[in-house]
Design a protein around this ligand. Structure first.
Ligand code: UD1
Ligand code: UDP
Length: 383
């Protein structure tokens, strides 16, 4: 019997974290599935650390990243590089993840080769084409090219149904980020990094990450000024801020927060220490998508530095709050959680609307079932 050829395409840190459990699960079915991994390497170091952690060696690596790359650079280099790989491998189905430019270019390249497309983390929407930018359009364009939709939640499934996607083509699986998180966070984890090892976690630590394109410039500057005021005012508060590699982010962080006492700026952390750090801090401020999904599972309140979110589930549950990027809003919301125990406790409930740790298993079962290689359709994830 010919094996089913499945190719996973991804390129950035979050795609790698969330695709790794799927690849590891696909590899368990090597009697039925021939798995190929192709990375665009839209990210380089931030991608490689995830590949190392999950011991994934790509079959193809396009190595497209350049410093300060534009959307045009990423899209065109990924598309041209993937053309050759798809021509050679001829997969039955290409899996892409999420909403990056690699995601869209991967789906488009597969479509040009008339390969089927499976979209992991399908159906997230804000309804605003420029927020987040360009992710909202990347995921909508990818959806138009997708044959099998792996929606993490029921809300995501409903978004797809509203857009006219056939219900038979949607599988509610949970988010694979929770699979990755459960494999990674351990009570007895020891940091090897000197800074993280030396921190007193009984102090009130705020963890910060920022990178969204629509926040570049003044919005980020406002956030950093608010952080500065918070450490000035609360002498027992420390900030750990792993700064994204993007120079558009780094330069402003250095200008506003460089060399301040109790503000620890670091390079991006590898996923294992980062996830374990999340589980030990008091509060998280971020504009990240993935962090909004992970932190609630760890019982950590998240203030989201954005005006919109495609992840409303934890906002509804009360552990995530959308606060935007205005100076006053950032300062006041963080201050409230630092001074009002009841407010803090309300937000620090551990909730997990995003997954139960076996999303990858459902995704692989759904693929096998769709190609008549399994008898049963996976039962949907119920939060
Ligand atoms: C990208 C995705 C975004 C995703 C984010 C996750 C697009 C357009 N954006 O944004 O959806 O949320 O990744 O982090 O797909 N860099 C390095 N080393 C690295 C990674 C990045 O030096 O390992 C620097 C390079 O100068 C690069 C720049 O960061 O040009 C920007 O990378 P890029 O992937 O274009 O944008 P992100 O802001 O990372
Ligand atoms: N993350 C990490 N190291 C860091 C910051 C984040 O490993 O220094 C992880 C985080 O746990 C989450 C993912 O990276 O799983 C989120 O990536 P990012 O915020 O870059 O992208 P987004 O999720 O917004 O697309």
């Amino acid at each position: 019997m010919e094996k089913l050829k499945v190719m996973a395409i991804f390129g950035t840190r979050p795609e790698a974290i969330k695709m790794a459990p799927v690849i590891l699960e696909l590899e368990k079915f090597s009697d039925k599935i021939d798995t190929t991994v192709a990375v665009t390497a839209q990210h380089r170091e931030m991608l490689d650390q995830v590949l190392n952690l999950f011991k994934i060696t790509p079959n193809y690596d396009l190595n497209i990243m350049s410093a300060g790359q534009t959307l045009f650079d990423i899209t065109s280099r990924a598309l041209l590089g993937l053309n050759k790989i798809l021509e050679e491998v001829k997969p039955n189905i290409v899996l892409v993840h999420g909403d990056t430019t690699t995601t869209f270019a991967g789906a488009l390249a597969a479509y040009y080769h008339q390969n089927s497309v499976g979209h992991v983390e399908a159906g997230l929407r804000t309804g605003n084409k420029f927020s987040p930018y360009p992710e909202e359009m990347n995921r909508k364009l990818t959806a138009a090219l997708t044959d099998l939709n792996f929606a993490p939640t029921n809300t995501a499934k409903e978004n797809l149904l509203r857009e006219g996607v056939d219900e038979d083509k949607i599988f509610v699986t949970g988010n694979t980020v929770i699979d990755a998180l459960y494999k990674t966070v351990r009570r007895d984890f020891k940091f090897s990094d000197e800074l993280l090892n030396g921190i007193d976690y009984n102090k009130r630590i705020i963890l910060v990450t920022t990178h969204r394109r629509e926040n570049w410039g003044e919005p980020l500057r406002n956030v950093y000024k608010a952080l500065k005021k918070l450490v000035d005012e609360f002498s027992d508060v420390e900030i750990i801020f792993p700064v994204h590699k993007n120079p558009m982010v780094r330069n402003v962080v250095d200008e506003e927060l460089g060399n301040l006492p109790r503000v620890h700026l670091t390079d991006p952390l590898d996923y294992e220490p980062f996830a374990n750090l999340m589980s030990r801090v008091k509060l998280i401020l971020t504009d990240s998508g993935g962090v909004q999904e992970e932190a609630p599972a760890l019982g950590k309140p998240v203030l989201v530095l954005r005006g919109t979110t495609e992840r409303p589930e934890a906002v509804d549950a009360g552990t995530v709050k959308l606060i935007g990027t205005e100076f006053e809003k950032v300062y006041a919301n963080a201050k409230l959680l630092l001074t009002d125990d009841d407010e803090y406790k309300k937000m620090a409930e551990a909730v997990n609307p995003y997954g139960d740790g076996v999303a990858a298993r459902r995704i692989v079962q759904a693929i096998l079932w769709s190609y008549k290689l399994a008898d049963e359709k996976p039962a949907p994830f119920i939060a």
